[in-house]
Design a binder for this molecule. Structure first.
Ligand code: SAH
Length: 465
């Protein structure tokens, strides 16, 4: 972040604009939404600015800026659309101690103005550090559609009501109350009976909530997918949005954790002092403990929680403690990995079944039915297979698998740093150590990247070489 977003108090303070053309008008349109005192310095102001001056919305000085004109101003805009004049007035404003923005000159500006969604008192500011104004506008449009126009009035009435709501216990109870007010009761009452009816409805809603029995906690066992936040299910997103506590694995990406409700307590179960992973029993206990205290717990697991995730132990712990639970499935690494190489996991006349294997189990390298796997056309998705690559290779060769059988490693599937290493059974161990993969990787046995994809990759590699 090169710019830190803040909201500056401008009520009754001075904001000064130098310039009277289109650029000045564009900034003034925004500034006029505030309760600041606005002064404009322009020798030749557009009629609209003169009209605003006549209506008393701003003070217009029909002359060029002079030293002292930006004295006591919180913000200053150089909007002359003339480089030399902008530099001159910016220097004056600096000397007067104002924070300076030069329109269309990011490098010399001390602050930049975001795209704004105005549901006063709710304001959303969108910034792209000047990199992508088109993107900012698209996000703004999206938010404008999503935030009802009634949000502003509702927030104002709600604010006046905050003290009374303190009668509800802190945390979940209060949050549920406000959530129902903003997203259900509030808009509904405005629709049916108008804004005047809102305060009374708010009173009634509080009475209902005060007499409601205390909520019970629950556990969502949620698949976080392979890492790309866009590959989360809508259900998973909703669960994250509502979570009081999020307990996640080491493999869950920061981009996904960002989506957890801001007030949620986020616990990394993949870590403990000295870099050791938390023991499964401790994780089970943690889940249960939070749920019993009434929290909505999201147990966030990489990929699909039902695939090599020790899910059953967590479910059993919930059952033993009489805690409600449900599973929200996710996209497993195998699905993301084959998507990354343009292949199917199963294919007519090639393989009618596919095995999901683990390279590791409690005893070390895991043993499997190697003879079946060694047959022509078999496909397996091997999880946690990096360290056991040489072992797997040896077992399959020993049972007569064709050394030319394709093997593909997909590291960081679905993420921007995804890497694909295409090799054969004969060379897999060597190829793997040459590639030195650091991130999580899936071994696809019996599958090569689709030819067109390989060609594309070669072109890209050449371009970057
Ligand atoms: N429940 C998870 C698997 C957990 S086991 C799932 O359904 O995907 C952990 C193993 O999953 C890792 O060792 C790796 O083999 C695989 N894995 C998880 N995320 C991955 C990713 N983004 N890319 C490649 N492999 C991944």
């Amino acid at each position: 972040m090169k710019h830190f977003p803040v909201f500056i108090a401008v009520e009754g303070r001075r904001i000064v604009v130098s310039g009277g053309g289109d650029a000045a008008v564009a900034k003034l349109r925004l500034l006029l939404k505030t309760e600041a005192k606005i002064s404009v310095f322009a020798t030749d102001a557009l009629p609209l600015i003169q009209q605003w001056a006549q209506e008393g919305k701003l003070t217009l000085h029909p002359r060029a800026m002079e030293p002292g004109d930006a004295m006591c101003a919180v913000l200053f805009y150089a909007a002359n659309e003339d480089e030399a004049e902008d530099a001159r007035v910016a220097a004056l404003a600096h000397r007067d101690g104002a924070r300076v923005n030069i329109v269309d000159n990011l490098a010399d500006s001390q602050f930049i103005t975001p795209a704004i969604v105005d549901r006063d008192p709710v304001t959303v500011a969108i910034g792209t550090e000047g990199a992508a104004p088109v993107l900012a506008r698209a996000i703004k449009r999206d938010l404008e559609e999503r935030l009802p126009a009634t949000l502003g009035p509702l927030a104002r009435i709600g604010k006046a009501f905050r003290n009374v709501v303190e009668a509800l216990p802190m945390g979940r109870a209060r949050r549920d109350f406000w959530s129902e007010y903003y997203f259900k009761t509030g808009p509904q009452i405005i629709d049916e009976n108008g804004i005047e009816a809102v305060p009374e409805a708010l009173d009634n809603l509080l009475t209902t909530h005060l007499s409601a029995p205390e909520k019970e906690g629950a556990v969502d066992l949620v698949g976080a997918g392979p890492g790309d936040p866009d590959l989360l299910t809508l259900k998973a997103r909703k669960a994250l949005d509502a979570a009081d506590v999020v307990i996640h694995d080491r493999l869950v990406t920061p981009e996904i954790l960002e989506l957890a409700r801001r007030e949620a307590l986020v616990i990394d179960a993949g870590k403990e002092g000295f870099g050791k992973a938390m023991a499964q029993n401790d994780i089970n206990a943690l889940i249960v403990e939070h749920a019993q205290s009434g929290a909505h717990v999201v147990r966030l697991k990489a990929g699909d929680p039902t695939v090599f995730g020790r899910l059953d132990e967590e479910i059993e712990a919930c059952e033993a403690a009489d805690v409600t639970w449900r599973i929200i499935p996710g996209i497993t690494a195998a699905s993301a990995a084959v998507a990354g190489i343009g292949q199917s996991l199963t294919k007519r006349q090639r393989n009618a079944s596919v095995q999901l294997l683990t390279g590791h189990d409690m005893k070390g390298f895991a043993d499997h039915d190697w003879r079946t796997l060694a047959a022509q056309g078999e496909v397996a998705a091997i999880y946690m297979g990096k360290r056991s690559a040489r072992f797997i290779q040896g077992r399959l060769m020993m049972h007569g698998a064709d050394p030319a059988t394709p093997v593909t490693f997909v590291e960081n599937a679905s993420r921007p740093d995804q890497r694909i290493v295409a090799t054969t059974l004969a060379e897999m161990a060597e190829a793997l150590s040459d590639a030195s993969l650091i991130g999580p990787a899936l071994t696809l046995y019996g599958l090569a990247p689709r030819a067109a994809m390989t060609a594309l990759q070669e072109i890209q590699e050449k371009e970057f070489a």
